[in-house]
Design a protein around this ligand. Structure first.
Ligand code: ARG
Length: 588
């Protein structure tokens, strides 16, 4: 359900009626739990227009909304706040509708077509820890935005077309035999080594650098031999990356790399130039935002942000090569013109903020109407507060990180099974460790506010208590086990509820917030809100569990109602985890 929206419209209508207004915004806020569930703050504003003291207006509001089914109590407080307590019977009815109606996640209006650009690693390099956030956040956003009704296309914008290929081709020629690396059998790791060596050499050896540029130019002109080598690089990288995506449960609708846009680049350059948005400077073609007046481009209201004015965007380098920026202009055009997308989102780390601001401004000046958002994020830090690396100072390969997570999950499951806390048998161990381990890495990442850096901490990630996914998975399995014990099918859980105990009402109030949270996470691109919600839910469930007997309830009615609460808790845990890309186990 959409609790906030529902309450706002119910109370808004009641206030409008009481004061003879066309409509009224109740200015609803979450209340201090000591005083109620929600607070209505409209009295202070209304007081001025109706010419009465705010407290008096507050009292009238309280009176007006008291008769609503949703409201159990409404009291005026302080200068005119109205504290509202929700009615348990009303809540029980709404939650039972949620249970029958697939959780009733509120739909966004209007429905949009959205392209999400995420993961997007570069070819011939291993995916490392730096790709974790884009991949996991992007995937969560795909599912969250879909759940509120949007049509979403996930696009892996591979870095498969750049200077690295000239270096790699020459590197392979030069050291292939010595390093025992052959095109046919080279791994991504091999390619990464070759690239490092070639790029170091190019910095000191102009002739080597020249050769690399020559091979790159040949490739970009469509030379068959170089294209064949390039294809092989792409193929082996994709194969390696796909194994990781599979483990993460990530699937893309599109994988249009930079190379896909290659043929469109001359058109981009031509268009930007003919519209007077770019000019030559020292042999390069550049966009100088400080020289552009949006009015002259039919954009009288557009403001070019100051930070864009300090440096030009290069669309064609002196040597004639197009750039990352040129490709991104072609990409955004394609998303509007080909996919007919209303919106495109780039899940890319904060360091590329300026780049995207430039592209979005340029797209607007070119008359595109697609909305574009850069969903940036911070870094993952190690114990010492610097970006997480191996002891040797290298990037940590993503595959290795997942392996470690699974190994740690396995050890913990074994330990907890020995203690009798978990009951996972030896033949289920590997599958369980994979779900729990990879889930924990994802959750640890998504639970953070994405804009901040966070410290990677294995102990916190892989734990059956605290704000971690194993804890949530455990609570979910517990919900399922109640049903096994009761001998009732999970799918045909009872749906009617009546609340008599405080712990039931508290749990119900947590359950009522699910829909609002998903809607907010979608709107703000903030999956961590879902993580927080699930954690609060699991804690309320835990309190309920210790305070209320479910199967041993006093009456049959209480038992059925509590089973319905358990079922809804389980469904929300499962769906919430699924939205952020994390699986569950039916028994643990
Ligand atoms: N390949 C780029 C990198 O690794 C990220 C690409 C992001 N997407 C985009 N459309 N520019 O930094």
């Amino acid at each position: 359900m959409d609790l906030e929206q529902t309450l706002a419209s119910l109370t808004g209508d009641a206030i409008a009626k009481a004061f003879d207004l066309e409509s009224a915004d109740p200015l609803l806020r979450a209340a201090d739990p000591k005083f109620g569930d929600y607070q209505i703050n409209a009295a202070m504003k209304l007081a001025r227009s109706v010419g009465k003291p705010p407290r008096e207006v507050g009292a009238e509001i309280a009176e007006a909304i008291r008769s609503l089914d949703a409201v159990a109590e409404a009291e005026v407080a302080g200068p005119g706040f109205v504290n509202v307590k929700l009615d348990n019977a009303w809540l029980a009815n709404e939650l039972s509708l949620d249970l029958k109606g697939d959780l009733r996640i509120p739909k966004a209006e209007p429905k949009e077509k959205i392209v999400i650009d995420y993961s997007s690693p570069n070819i011939a390099k291993q995916m490392h820890v730096g790709h974790l956030r884009s991949t996991v956040l992007g995937h969560a956003l795909v599912q969250i935005l879909r759940s509120v009704g949007h049509e979403v296309i996930g696009d892996n914008h591979l870095g498969d077309w750049g200077t690295q290929f000239g270096l790699l081709i020459v590197g392979l020629e030069t050291w292939g035999t010595e390093l025992n690396v052959e095109l046919e059998s080279a791994s991504v790791k091999d390619l990464e080594q070759l690239y490092k060596r070639a790029s170091a050499r190019a910095k000191q050896d102009e002739e080597f650098a020249e050769r690399a540029r020559g091979e790159l130019a040949k490739l970009q002109r469509g030379d068959e031999a170089n294209l064949a080598i390039w294809r092989r690089f792409v193929e082996v990288t994709l194969k390696t990356n796909n194994a990781i995506y599979e483990r993460l449960g990530v699937r893309f609708e599109e994988t249009l790399g930079e190379s896909f846009y290659n043929e469109m680049l001359p058109g981009v350059v031509e268009e930007v130039t003919s519209r007077g948005l770019a000019r030559e400077d020292q042999g390069a073609l550049c966009v100088f935002f400080k020289e552009i007046d949006p009015k002259e481009h039919g954009k009288p209201k557009m403001q070019i942000p100051k930070r864009l004015k300090n440096q030009p965007v290069i669309l064609r380098k002196r040597d004639g090569a197009a750039t990352y920026s040129t490709t991104d202009v072609a990409t955004i055009q394609h998303r509007e013109n080909h996919f007919k997308a209303d919106r495109t989102i780039y899940v890319v780390d904060d360091r590329q903020g300026l780049h995207f601001a430039q592209i979005f401004a340029l797209a607007e000046l070119l008359g595109l109407s697609i909305k574009a958002d850069h969903v940036g994020f911070g870094k993952i830090l190690g114990d010492d507060g610097t970006p997480l690396k191996t002891r040797g100072g290298d990037n940590i390969a993503l595959g290795a990180l997942l392996d470690e997570a699974v190994a740690r999950a396995k050890a913990l499951i074994e330990e907890k099974s020995n203690e009798g806390v978990l009951r996972i048998s030896a033949d289920e161990l590997d599958a369980a460790a994979e779900i729990i381990g990879t889930g924990a890495v994802k959750f640890g990442d998504l639970a953070q506010n994405r804009t901040t850096d966070y410290r990677f901490d294995w102990e916190k990630l892989i734990a059956f208590s605290g704000n971690s996914s194993p804890y949530l998975q455990y609570q979910y399995a517990r919900c399922r086990s109640v049903f096994r014990e009761a001998g009732i099918e999970w799918e045909s859980a009872p749906t009617e509820m009546v609340f008599t105990e405080a712990a039931e009402g508290d749990l119900a109030r947590e359950l009522a917030r699910f829909g609002d949270t998903v809607a907010r996470a979608a709107k703000r691109y903030e999956p961590h809100l879902i993580c927080e919600r699930l954690y609060e839910l699991a804690r309320a469930f835990s309190r309920f569990w210790t305070q209320c007997r479910v199967l041993g309830a006093e009456t049959e009615e209480a038992k059925m109602s509590r089973l319905a609460l358990v079922a809804l808790t389980g469904r929300q845990l499962e769906r919430g985890l699924e939205l952020i890309g994390i699986g569950v186990l039916e028994a643990m």
